[in-house]
Design a protein around this ligand. Sequence first.
Ligand SMILES: C[S@@+](CC[C@H](N)C(=O)[O-])C[C@H]1O[C@@H](n2cnc3c(N)ncnc32)[C@H](O)[C@@H]1O
Ligand SMILES: O=S(=O)(c1ccc2c(c1)CN[C@@H](CF)C2)N1CCSCC1
Length: 259
Amino acid sequence: MAAVGKSYQKFNPRAYLQNNYMPPRANFTSEDCVVPWKLRCLAEAFSTGELHGRTLIDIGSGPTIYQLLSACDYFEEIIATDYLEVNREVLQGWVHGESGAFDWSPYIQHVCQIEGKGEPWQVKEQKLREKLKKILPIDIHQPNAGLPAHRPADALISTFCLEAASPDLPSFQRALRNVTTLLKPGGHFLMIGALEESFYLAGEAKLSVVPVTEEDVKEALAKSGYRLHAFRAYIMPPSLKIGVDDVRGVFFTHAQKKL
Ligand SMILES: C[S@@+](CC[C@H](N)C(=O)[O-])C[C@H]1O[C@@H](n2cnc3c(N)ncnc32)[C@H](O)[C@@H]1O
Ligand SMILES: O=S(=O)(c1ccc2c(c1)CN[C@@H](CF)C2)N1CCSCC1
């Protein structure tokens, strides 16, 4: 794992955000685009009311918060985590409303629109800032993902982390087992990730990704003691392949840790 950690030392959060979360690659013009698809998967999962409680932990948050927008109405506290201090600092900057922080308002506006509650986006933004109580270091390859002893979380979320931080499939499966120890029995886990991706760029950094298929993800979840509620896949259109990665598709999965 030392090699993975070393490769992340050159990870540039701003380049990463540029490559994946800014127009033209990231756009909301059509519900068929991948960003609306991801946000809709998350909004629908939380709208069932099945996921709620005291604490939600986001595994490998990176410099992004879009993945937490639909969660903030259902949890008292949200804990973001990342391996890199540079990413934790970017998140802290957004929480504090620092000038120069990434503008997530298009994402917040879109989520308010699809949630259909008439919630002003500034209200949701402030709510998430208040709920984002901790931003902690994490290493998914360590027991308990290296987090300090903590009451089991009521739910976990993770987006594009496990496959992007694991050199091979056994490592991916072990990492899932490690993060699962953070989740209470009966707790829910929402994961979004890359299908059959082998690399991605983030400035100077070229990161290796373990290519996973739908079957690989389902098998890993079963091995970690989850019951699968939903699995959806989005196939990346050729227009979105611009060289910053070789992702073939995106998966969304909703799983529940067996009692
Ligand atoms: C592709 S980014 C995903 C960021 C964000 N969740 C998103 O949806 O865009 C992968 C993240 O995994 C983090 N990471 C790398 N190695 C890790 C490890 N061993 N444990 C936990 N996170 C790690 C990186 O710092 C990076 O923020
Ligand atoms: O949401 S995405 O599907 C997305 C978003 C983030 C990532 C990937 C894909 C693939 N590489 C990951 C590296 F691990 C990061 N998307 C890619 C097309 S443009 C908008 C963002």
